[in-house]
Design a binder for this molecule. Sequence first.
Ligand SMILES: [Zn+2]
Length: 399
Amino acid sequence: MPFRFQIEARDGAARAGRLFTPHGEVQTPVFMPVGTVATVKGVPQDVLEELGVEILLNNTYHLYLRPGVEAIRGLGGVQKFMAWDRPILTDSGGFQVFSLSDLRKVTEEGVAFRSHLDGSSHFFSPESAVAAQIGLGADIIMAFDECTEHPAEYARTKSSMEMTLRWAARSKKYFDEHRNEVVWFKQDTPAPAKGGLGRGTPAPVPGQTQTLFGIVQGGMFPDLRRESAERTVELDFPGYAIGGLSVGEPRPMTYEMVNAAIRFLPENKPRYLMGVGTPEEIVHYVAGGIDMMDCVLPTRAARHGLLFTSEGRLTIKNARFATDEGPLDPNCGCKVCTRYSRAYLRHLYAANELLAQTLNTIHNLAYYLDTMRRVRQAIILGDLASFLSGVQPPHVSLP
Ligand SMILES: [Zn+2]
């Protein structure tokens, strides 16, 4: 089916809706687990399905370097490659180029960088970053942007934002010219003629292809966030992301920047906040009108033994769990909490067993996905205010 976003319920600024993509539906608000190199580290795809994951994020930068875009295109696109037939979103590669690669050089044309794997030289432009994402074949792809460093002066942030706008226009132009090149593209099919035997010219049904979102930048300046939002919207994308946050700024500033941008994004299109946050934060961002989020936190924290539970955060390596026969989270119905004890999970972690990473990641993802399902239900019931009153204020830092 072609891309579509439908809002089904509202509660204040929050929305519950549904994204329709060529690889299926996604209920929003949605938390997208990060599958960096086409895997959510340690968790097989069938378990992600059991957890109710409806959309995954893959990183273009990593897949471009290894195994390579042509390899994945040749294998039928990233869904087929990783045996995941549900929707996928890829980022533009911009954030990883800015955070991981060495010796990058940014010009109006694009970014020259060296691979963090082997030092080899590469170049991403808006055109080549979109071409890479067309090659990978995710359902939702992102315009190429510059993630402005933090801290940055006003003048530097403004010129970076201006360049991201020019890059957004170039990304969109390239995408519009090549949008039918994704490996799973299906030709337009004529709609069945109305009235039985009539042989009129039936209206074509749009082909099944990818969808390109724009990205708002503007650093830590509310007026630049607003300007970036307004001018990105003028370019007319089917969805908008807020990027360049969670880059080391204090959390109240993240909130301020999201609020500065979100009110200038269209009501009827999906809004994606990139790279946040804790379970408390994602709930509050949903309340502010965000529909989509992704973050490495639940998966990365799990691999370090930091677990999110209904009773707060816990560090599983703590000695007090050595004799604890209870479940990780008594209020969680996931396959880890219903089967294993804290003592066993602590033992696996202390012994540096692979299973520790798998089980911890499964639970943290279950906790995030369950949180999102509950907040979605609260929006549908018009009960978000009382749901939020039971959630910690968001401005808490991790232990
Ligand atoms: Zn659990």
